[in-house]
Design a protein around this ligand. Structure first.
Ligand code: AMP
Length: 180
């Protein structure tokens, strides 16, 4: 696989956990990246280049928060939290989405976004794209615009990135892996 020179060390730190959290899943563990300053800096330095004209950075709970907050800080932009159900205290807007088994909900404070905003949506990983597409719907319910998505990892054969692109979204992904 073609790994960009500037991300080779970080790539080597991402580990596979087989059958976690359930049989058949290869879980991509990014904790070794976070725990190694060289790997973490490699990722954040690359991430910081991809704001794509956004005036706000939105992170998807929970590992998306780590990268979204760094992207916001490094570009001097505000951070918006896209949270799981019933975590936000204020008035909020919600979007349901399908999981493999069952339904999940993602929420944002109503006051976080408006029609003048251009938002970059950040998560640690894209697999089927369900979470990312629900996040896009949520941002649109707030009448805000989407500048792009950015992911540390794309499990490319699960086709989430392709789904976002075919819906007209620009995407950046730093490191590609097969998901199976
Ligand atoms: P999806 O909605 O299928 O694109 O799944 C993306 C979300 O689930 C992200 O927030 C990831 O953190 C998490 N996720 C899905 N698959 C994996 C995996 N194999 N390893 C680690 N996290 C995953």
């Amino acid at each position: 696989m073609n790994i960009p020179q500037n991300l080779q060390y970080a790539h080597s730190k991402i580990s596979d956990v087989i059958d976690f959290p359930k049989p058949g899943i290869i879980f991509k563990d990014i904790t070794p990246v976070l725990q190694d300053e060289k790997a973490f800096n490699e990722v954040l330095d690359d991430l910081a280049k991809h704001l794509n004209g956004a005036n706000k950075v939105a992170g998807i709970e929970s590992r998306g928060f780590i990268f979204a907050s760094a992207l916001a800080y490094l570009n001097k932009k505000p951070l918006v939290l896209l949270r799981k159900k019933n975590k936000l205290p204020g008035k909020k807007i919600s979007q349901k989405f399908k999981l493999e088994y069952g339904i999940d909900t993602i929420e944002v404070h109503k006051s976080s976004l408006n029609k003048k905003d251009k938002v970059i949506i950040v998560d640690d990983l894209i697999a089927t794209g369900g979470t990312a597409l629900a996040s896009a719907k949520l941002i649109k319910k707030c009448k805000a615009n989407i500048s792009a998505f950015i992911f540390l990892i794309d499990l490319f054969d699960l086709l989430g990135n392709k789904k976002l692109q075919s819906n007209g979204y620009k995407t950046f992904k730093l490191i590609n892996f097969p998901g199976h």
